[in-house]
Write a protein that binds this ligand. Structure first.
Ligand code: 4AD
Ligand code: MG
Length: 435
């Protein structure tokens, strides 16, 4: 009888039985007549113990010399073992090599940690390392949690286009694309299309890759990143802030519940994540400014926050904070001004603690036709490209609001990763597009 094929993460359910594991050789130690093979299959790692007297000369010799990252099919008895990370080990009976790896695998486990430039060039292989695989599993869970949240609250998923005729978030970060004989751009945000969809369906979200030709090299910027953007008809700023708060709390909770093992591999301190509970502090721009200055960081009135400002502000908070009513002049053309004081926009950013800063940007949208027309002009945006967007104000306009959450920044914060390039499988950054 063939031993059943079992995922490494499920081995603990098979103690006392013979199973087959299909995966790769992660690491190995051989000591005389015993060899310890660390096998990985994408779900977890397990130690397989090969004993010469049990396996026979030939198989044991293979265990003792097989190069790192060779692919293999291993069969053995699952034994409970308290000291092992997964609580089990595999007593090896047989080993079949599927593809023997070349002996020069570039990311040797025993070596000193290679520099990150080297690892990035070998990103296609680096993904096999423990921490990188854990990061990708958390990313997958964050994306699932995003969908679960909106799908279970009556939001309709509406995909926005990637090829677009106009800018959404300012003209300085557009990637141009030749679209037959027209100039087109890769989308910076699906928001404008989500607004159209919200007028049709009430509560919607779009979710996909977005592109910004960011000329800056920071640990928070990619040129291609994933963003989820809910948009809700009849929703105003206060309701929007509640939605942000509930949403982020849900994401953190779901990852804590389902990816605890990965967070352990990543050595994430869980205490700050466990504190993520509503209500989040809410700060008017003016109050935020005051707090930033109190930390000794200078910032003139009217400016948007950069990383140093966000960090200074968040020193005072142990959970995410909502900063609302930024000066309208530094924000996007579509933001509704505060009727109480039109110098401010009805905008809100959600900032994460621990130095991670802005995860979400959002606002109430201008719903008045004449006012929106004026804003397009002030921002020197080509009116023809926005006629359809103006139609939304011509036919049954309503106050509405939405936000965008960056997936990679969220994953970086939840995992405690210090650069967002590791929070996307194949990062795209300034001058970096390989592999
Ligand atoms: O604040 P942003 O630019 O807002 C928008 O694009 C709105 N149209 C969203 C909306 O209201 N529907 O971007 C939203 C979020 C940021 O808070 C950040 O998390 C992420 O997208 N983001 C980036 N992530 C990685 N690299 C970049 N270059 C990013 N730019 C924005
Ligand atoms: Mg923003």
């Amino acid at each position: 009888m063939n031993a059943p094929h079992v995922a490494v993460a499920d081995l603990k359910k098979h103690v006392g039985h013979e199973v087959t594991v299909k995966g790769w050789l992660y690491n190995r130690r051989a000591k005389g007549k015993i060899a310890f093979l660390i096998l990985r299959d994408g779900t977890a790692h397990v130690q397989a113990v090969a004993v010469k007297s049990e396996m026979g000369e030939a198989s044991f010799a293979l265990c003792a010399r097989l190069p790192q990252e060779s692919s293999l099919i291993a069969t053995g008895l699952v034994r409970a073992d308290e000291r092992s990370p997964g609580g089990v080990e595999l007593a090896l009976r047989s080993l079949d090599v599927v593809g023997e790896a070349q002996a020069d695998y570039p990311i040797q486990i025993q070596d000193v940690v290679p520099d990150v430039g080297f690892l990035m060039k070998n990103r296609h292989l680096w993904l096999r390392s423990k921490k990188q695989a854990a990061l990708l599993r958390v990313r997958s869970e964050v994306i699932r949690a995003i969908r679960d949240f909106f799908d279970s609250r009556g939001f309709v998923l509406v995909d926005s286009p990637i090829l677009t005729p106009a800018a959404c978030e300012g003209t300085s970060t557009l990637f141009g694309v030749q679209y037959f004989d027209e100039q087109a751009y890769l989308t910076q945000s699906g928001q404008l299309y989500a607004e159209a969809a919200a007028m049709a369906l009430g509560k919607v979200y779009c979710f996909g890759p977005t592109f910004r030709a960011e000329k800056s090299k920071t640990r928070k910027h990619l040129t291609e990143f994933w963003m989820v953007e809910p948009e809700v008809a009849f929703l105003e700023l206060d309701g929007l802030m509640e939605l942000m708060e509930e949403f982020v709390t849900h994401l953190v909770r779901q990852v804590l519940e389902r990816r605890a093992e990965d967070l352990k591999v990543l050595e994430r301190d869980l205490a700050p994540l466990e504190r993520v509970q509503p209500p989040f502090p809410r700060l008017h721009y003016e109050e935020a400014l005051e707090r930033i200055r109190k930390e000794g960081v200078e910032i003139p009135w009217g400016e948007d926050f950069g990383a140093p400002h966000e960090e200074a502000l968040m020193k005072g908070f142990d959970r995410p904070a909502l900063v609302h009513r930024f000066p309208a002049a530094v924000k996007a053309f579509y933001m509704q001004p505060d009727p109480k004081d039109p110098r401010y926009a009805l905008a809100c950013d959600l900032l994460a603690p621990e130095g991670y800063g802005e995860l979400i940007g959002g606002s109430q949208r201008i719903h008045d036709l004449a006012f929106l027309e004026k804003r397009l002009e002030e921002h020197k945006l080509p009116r023809e490209a926005f006629e359809w967007y103006l139609d939304l104000r011509r036919y049954g306009t309503v106050p509405h609001s939405g936000f965008g959450l960056g997936v990679e920044r969220t994953v970086a914060w939840i995992t405690g990763c210090d650069h967002i390039r590791e929070c996307v499988p194949f990062p795209r950054m300034l001058y970096k597009i390989y592999p």
